[in-house]
Structures are given as structure tokens and as C-alpha cells.
Design a binder for this molecule. Structure first.
Ligand code: ZN
Ligand code: ZN
Length: 440
């Protein structure tokens, strides 16, 4: 069964987001016409974490980084496509629609879906991953749009601009585009209900997978157990509308406010209902602020939001897994993560895994590292399996440098870590640690 939805018609270009093995692949389909939005050629000075030299490229770089955030956390064998554009959304001196996003479709009773609730709506991307195949190949799973008014309309919010940095704090008089895209993509992945919050009516008479975890705490009923009028009342019962999913409840002690002693977490339920905001966000009472609150905040966290996606059915990447990258080597079948920091008299940085002729110079037990120039070997790190010999993994490390360095080795199976350091100005120490990590 399938719920009808509008499908975007304009396809221009694809960007593939890099990802660790097993991670969800999120592809961004830029549907802006040439010259505007993600294709805006206006020159731009690079900002923190974003080397783009045009407005359009900086916007796209942020979008790619935000998509990578979710693909690093969620696990899916079925790729996810996001249809994205930037257009002039409504904005006044005092309020602005920053962006919006949502699933393109909802599905129920799809094939090959063990453990999936019958007669329950699932958003496209989640339905696909649970089904193990794309239920509608030509159609993107998520539609997203963001406002260009913040950059081009001086009357919009008194001239506030988007901040296109990645990983930095937004300067004064800017709003962080990265946080906004993260927020909207989570809606597209399923952080929303399709129950009509004003009337309490179910979508085409069926529950959705988000709504069944909502609860009116004082009555003890979940939304799946309520009548329409009971849901409509619950939707504006501030403080009493709760999320009850087990993964969020387990993570909720991280909150200092917005949490019931039971571990249930408050959802946004103002009276009267605010269309587009009520119910499908965390309550603004939460502390620290979460990325899925209805209004942008200065320093939002993801202490619960990924766990909510887990509650509705997403599989998560193993939180301790090793993700190979330019500054990360994964050895012994990915059990051990190796990273290196370096230090000179004037600078510090992350060591990079060496490449020769495009081949990364790491095998399953050894990695070679450069600091300043890709061709200049500085040091090597080995993690050896000596389980049959003395029941331990051994770590050997040495360098050809008198710069400072610290090697970090982490056992993803146990969480144990070891560090080995060389002081700045000393010719490299050699470590041969035959008791580094227990095999058990
Ligand atoms: Zn509750
Ligand atoms: Zn939202």
C-alpha cells in the first residue's frame, strides 16, 4: 500500500556523500536551476571547515557534511536520495521559515519486512531500509528546501545571514546552515508524525511509526490507544506529551530538564497547536537544547535525536566502530582504531595515513603516517595479534622525527585505549608494548 505524494520533477545533478562501510549512503540531488541556490555563482570567501569559493558551493558543502552526519550514524543497505533546493521562503523582520523537509512518501504493509508493524505508516527512507530494497526506485526518499532570503533580503530578520562554516560556532548576526540542514534531514528520515495535530485524525485511518511512541502521561495512554479527540487534546497538553521509546528513555538521563523521572521525554505541545511545529519536535523545555527543537538555538546537541530514529526502526552504526579516513587507520579487521597527533614549536595537527600512488599505505596490522607533506614518512604504528602467544595484542610504534607526537590506539571491542607519546625536540622514542590490549 502506498500513500500518494507530490514528486519533484526537476533533476539536475548528483553528489555522492563519502561514507564508512555499512553506513547509510545519502545522495544529494540538487534541483536548483543554474545560477541560483546551490548553483549561485556569487564569489564567497572560505569560512571555517568550508573551502567553497562560491555561495552555491559553500551551501552544497554544508549540505554534504550534514548528510554525512546522518550517514555516519545510521546503517542502511538501501541508498537514500535527498531532493534539495534553495528558494526564497517566507521571511519578515521578526520571523523566517529557514527550511523544510519531509519524506516524499509513506508506506505500510510492504513486503519482506519482519518485525514491521502491520497497518502502520513508515516514511520512505525507513520503509526502504526495513524492506531491504527501494520500494520506488525513481523517486527520492526525502524532499528538502532552504531559504535564500537570509542571504539576499536585507529585510529578512534584520539582515541576518546564513553561516556556512562546518564545525565552527556561528558568528553574531548569522544562523548556522549546518544545524538547520541536520534538523531538516532528521524530519526527512522520519522524525515526524502524519497525524493531524489539530483534529487528532490518523492519516488515511492508520497509525504511523512515530505516533505510536507518543504518550499522554497523565492518562497513561499512547496515541495509538486514543480516539481522535483524545489525540487532539494531547497534542496541546504542554509538558504532558511524552516520547516513550526505549532507546530515548535509556539515553534521557543526559538531560537536566524536559525529562520525566520515568525517563519519558517531553515533546513540543503548545496550546494552541502550531501547525508544522507541534508534536513533531522535542519540547523547548529540554536542557541541553536538542537539534530537533522547533526553534534554532545557539548550541544544540544530539543526545536523544539519533536514539529516537533508533526507536522508530533505524539501525545505528555501532557507536564504537572504527571508520577509516585520511587521519584514521583501522587494523586487525577494524577492531583497533589508530590516530596520531603531531606537535611542532608553532603548530599542532592530525597525522595523515600515507598513500603511495593512490594506495593507502595501511594493511591489517600496520600504518604509516605523514605530518607535513604527503610524501614525507614520519612514523609507523603496528598492532600485532599475539593472542596465541601471550593473550595480548601488541602495539609497536616508532618515528623518524624529532617533532612531538602522540599515538592513540582504541580497542573498539572493549573501549580500552592506549596512548604513546614523543616529546617535542626529542628524536622519536620507540615503543614495544606487548601488554597493550587483552585479547578477551
Ligand atoms: Zn510519560
Ligand atoms: Zn523541525
Amino acid at each position: 500500500m502506498r500513500r500518494a505524494a507530490a514528486i519533484p520533477a526537476l533533476l539536475v545533478m548528483l553528489w555522492l556523500v563519502g561514507r564508512p562501510a555499512g553506513a547509510a549512503t545519502i545522495t544529494i540531488m540538487n534541483t536548483n536551476l543554474p545560477g541560483i541556490g546551490f548553483n549561485d555563482p556569487t564569489p564567497a570567501a572560505p569560512v571555517a571547515g568550508n573551502a567553497g569559493t562560491t555561495l552555491g558551493q559553500q551551501r552544497l558543502n554544508v549540505f554534504i557534511a550534514a548528510a554525512a552526519y546522518w550517514s555516519d550514524r545510521l546503517s542502511s543497505a538501501v541508498p537514500i536520495t535527498v531532493s534539495a533546493k534553495m528558494v526564497a521562503l517566507s521571511c519578515t523582520a521578526n520571523s523566517a521559515l529557514l527550511g523544510s523537509a519531509g519524506p516524499t512518501d509513506f508506506w505500510s504493509d510492504f513486503v519482506n519486512a519482519p518485525g514491521v508493524r502491520a497497518a502502520t505508516w513508515y516514511p520512505s527512507a525507513l520503509a526502504n531500509t526495513l524492506a531491504g530494497s527501494d520500494l520506488d526506485t525513481p523517486t527520492p526518499e526525502i524532499n528538502a528546501q532552504f531559504s535564500t532570503n537570509l542571504d539576499h533580503n536585507p529585510a529578512c530578520l534584520g539582515g541576518i545571514h546564513w553561516d556556512y562554516s562546518i564545525g565552527g560556532a556561528a558568528p553574531a548576526h548569522t544562523l548556522p546552515f549546518y544545524q538547520t540542514v541536520l534538523h531538516e534531514l532528521a524530519h526527512g528520515l522520519g522524525f515526524l508524525t502524519v497525524v493531524d495535530s489539530a483534529t487528532g485524525a490518523l492519516a488515511q485511518g492508520q497509525d504511523d511509526i512515530f505516533e505510536i511512541f507518543l504518550e499522554d502521561h497523565s492518562t497513561g495512554k499512547t496515541w495509538g490507544q486514543m480516539t481522535n479527540s483524545q489525540r487532539a487534546t494531547s497534542a496541546k497538553d504542554a509538558g504532558d506529551l511524552h516520547w516513550t521509546g526505549p532507546h530515548v528513555v535509556a539515553a534521557s538521563p543526559a538531560l537536566s530538564a524536559g525529562r520525566h523521572p520515568s525517563g519519558h521525554v517531553q515533546m513540543y505541545a503548545p496550546n494552541p497547536v502550531q501547525a508544522g511545529s507541534s508534536v513533531s519536535h522535542w519540547d523547548t523545555a529540554l536542557a541541553p537544547d536538542e537539534i530537533l527543537e522547533p526553534f534554532a538555538t545557539a548550541n544544540p546537541h544530539d543526545l536523544l535525536t539519533t536514539h529516537l530514529l533508533n526507536d522508530i526502526g533505524w539501525s545505528l552504526q555501532s557507536p564504537g566502530s572504527c571508520v577509516p579516513g585520511a587521519d584514521t587507520a583501522c587494523v586487525q579487521s577494524g577492531r583497533f582504531e589508530v590516530k596520531v597527533d603531531w606537535e611542532t614549536a608553532t603548530a599542532t595537527g592530525a597525522g595523515k595515513v600515507m598513500s603511495f600512488g593512490g594506495q593507502q599505505a595501511a594493511n591489517d596490522e600496520s600504518s604509516f603516517w605523514w605530518f607535513f607533506s604527503p610524501a614525507n614518512f614520519e612514523m609507523g604504528v603496528k598492532v600485532l595479534n599475539a593472542c596465541a602467544f601471550n593473550g595480548n595484542f601488541w602495539v609497536y610504534t616508532s618515528g623518524l622525527t624529532d617533532q612531538g607526537w602522540t599515538v592513540h590506539v582504541r580497542d573498539t571491542a572493549t573501549g580500552a585505549t592506549q596512548t604513546y607519546s614523543n616529546a617535542l625536540g626529542h628524536l622519536s622514542s620507540t615503543f614495544a608494548d606487548t601488554g597493550a590490549f587483552s585479547c578477551n
